[in-house]
Design a protein around this ligand. Structure first.
Ligand SMILES: Nc1ncnc2c1ncn2[C@@H]1O[C@H](COP(=O)(O)OP(=O)(O)O)[C@@H](O)[C@H]1O
Ligand SMILES: [Mg+2]
Length: 259
C-alpha cells in the first residue's frame, strides 16, 4: 500500500543542486506542476514514473513510503503503481470500446461489470457520448481522453496518477480530476490551466530543470477556482451547442453571476 512518495533534490540544468526540502506527497493529494516550456515539468513526471534512483538526467531520487522502492516495482509491468495520461495519447488498436475494456479488465483481474461503469463515467466527461460498440479508432480526441480517464479511474486503478497537460482535450477537466482523485490516489498534474492549477492543494514551480519553489493554494485561489469551474462548464455547454449545429440564442449566464 502506498502512503506517500518523497522527492529528493537532484541537479538543475546549470549543474547546481536543487534548493528545496524533501517533498512528501501523501495519499489523496493532488499536486500541480507549473513552469514555462523547457523548465523540466515532463522530466519531473518521468522521474516519478520511473521511480528514479539518481539514474536519470535530473539526478533526483524518489522514495515510496520513505524507502527506496523494490526494483520489481520499477521494472515489472504487472507491479506498476503508476498510471500516466500524456498529451499525445491515442488508441491505435482496431477493436470496439467494449472489447478493449473487456480485455483490459481481464488483464487487470477485474470484473467485466466495470465496463458499464467506465463508459457511463466517460460519458459524463465528453459532450459526444461513447457507445460500447464504437471502434476505438473512430473516437474523437475528447472521447478517447474521456475513456482513458475513466479507464485509469476504475480499471487500472493505480495508486499514483501522472497527468501531463490535460487541458487541450475538450473534456470536463474539473470532473475528470474528481474521478481520478477518488480512492485516495496521489495525483500529479502538469498544467498551465488556472482551473486545474488552482484545484490542487499546492503546486511545484519549475525553472531551469529544477524545482524552484512550492506554492500552497490560498483560500482566495480556491474560491476563484469554483468560479472558473462554472465558466468552464458554461463554455463547454456553448461549445456543444455550436458543435451540434444549434444557435446560441441567449446569454446563458450573466457576467454578474461569475464574480
Ligand atoms: N535537471 C535537468 N538537468 C538536465 N536536463 C534537464 C533537466 N530537467 C530537464 N532537462 C531537459 O530539458 C529539456 C526540457 O525539459 P522538459 O521536462 O521536457 O520541459 P517541460 O516539460 O517543462 O517543457 C528536456 O530535454 C529535458 O531532458
Ligand atoms: Mg513537457
Amino acid at each position: 500500500m502506498i502512503e506517500n512518495i518523497t522527492i529528493l533534490p537532484g541537479i538543475k540544468k546549470n549543474g547546481l543542486k536543487e534548493d528545496f526540502e524533501d517533498i512528501y506527497i501523501s495519499k489523496g493529494e493532488i499536486v500541480g506542476i507549473v513552469g514555462p516550456t523547457g523548465s523540466g515539468k515532463s522530466a519531473l513526471i518521468e522521474d516519478i514514473e520511473q521511480l528514479a534512483q539518481r539514474d536519470t538526467i535530473t539526478n533526483r531520487k524518489i522514495l515510496i513510503n520513505g524507502k527506496i522502492p523494490d526494483s520489481t516495482l520499477r521494472f515489472d509491468p504487472k507491479k506498476k503503481l503508476i498510471a500516466q495520461l500524456s498529451q499525445n495519447m491515442n488508441f491505435l488498436a482496431d477493436m470496439s470500446v467494449e472489447d478493449f475494456l473487456t480485455l483490459h479488465s481481464k488483464c487487470r483481474g477485474k470484473s467485466d461489470k466495470l465496463i458499464n461503469t467506465v463508459i457511463e463515467n466517460a460519458n459524463t466527461l465528453t459532450g459526444e457520448p461513447i457507445n460500447r460498440k464504437m471502434n476505438l479508432t473512430v473516437l474523437s480526441g475528447g472521447q478517447s481522453r474521456s475513456l482513458m480517464v475513466a479507464d485509469v479511474a476504475f480499471i487500472s486503478d493505480s495508486p499514483i496518477v501522472l497527468i501531463d497537460e490535460i487541458e487541450n482535450a475538450g473534456i470536463k477537466k474539473h470532473k475528470a480530476m474528481e474521478l481520478l482523485s477518488g480512492n485516495g490516489k496521489i495525483i500529479l498534474v502538469v498544467t498551465h490551466d488556472p482551473l486545474l492549477a488552482l484545484m490542487t492543494q499546492r503546486r511545484i514551480v519549475m525553472k531551469g530543470g529544477g524545482i524552484e519553489k512550492i506554492i500552497q493554494t490560498t483560500g482566495d485561489e480556491t474560491h476563484l477556482c469554483k468560479h472558473l469551474n462554472k465558466i468552464d462548464n458554461q463554455l463547454f455547454n456553448i461549445r456543444e451547442l455550436v458543435r451540434s449545429g444549434n444557435e446560441v440564442t441567449s446569454l446563458i449566464f450573466e457576467p454578474s453571476q461569475i464574480v
